[in-house]
Design a protein around this ligand. Structure first.
Ligand code: ASC
Length: 127
């Protein structure tokens, strides 16, 4: 990254795009919008791609630049990395589930993925 601010923007924007598309899957999983298997798979594709990106933006020189990012990200890096890897794995399963074109599969994978989001936030995110 050219400057620390870019790393912060990069990770926040990747997480924002991921959340937008994850939310569209959640709307189907929770029955707020009708199930559409093609839309679910298209959204899951983006979620799975985005899930790989944010972690490179948590560079050491940005440890005090965001109120949301807890210092534990940098003091417990191995644990943070485990959460990152869990998310990548779960979003991969979410994509596979979406491709089955089955709402029950999508619901189960959505719940599992949301659980990994929350588990990491509980330990590493303020707000
Ligand atoms: C979302 C989103 C999150 C997670 C989290 C799951 O849709 O933006 O951060 O799910 O709320 O508990």
């Amino acid at each position: 990254f050219a400057k620390p601010e870019d790393a912060v923007k990069y990770r926040q924007n990747a997480l924002f795009v991921m959340a937008q598309h994850f939310g569209r899957i959640g709307a189907m999983a929770n029955g707020r919008v009708p199930f559409d298997g093609k839309a679910a798979a298209d959204n899951a594709e983006i979620v799975a791609d985005m899930a790989k990106l944010p972690w490179a933006g948590f560079t050491a020189n940005t440890d005090k630049m965001s109120k949301a990012a807890k210092s534990e990200i940098w003091t417990e890096q191995a644990k943070f990395k485990e959460h990152n890897e869990k998310l990548v794995a779960e979003t991969g399963k979410l994509l596979a589930a979406a491709k089955t074109n089955n709402l029950d599969n999508l619901k189960a994978a959505f719940g599992a993925t949301a659980g990994t989001c929350k588990a990491c936030h509980d330990s590493f995110r303020n707000l």
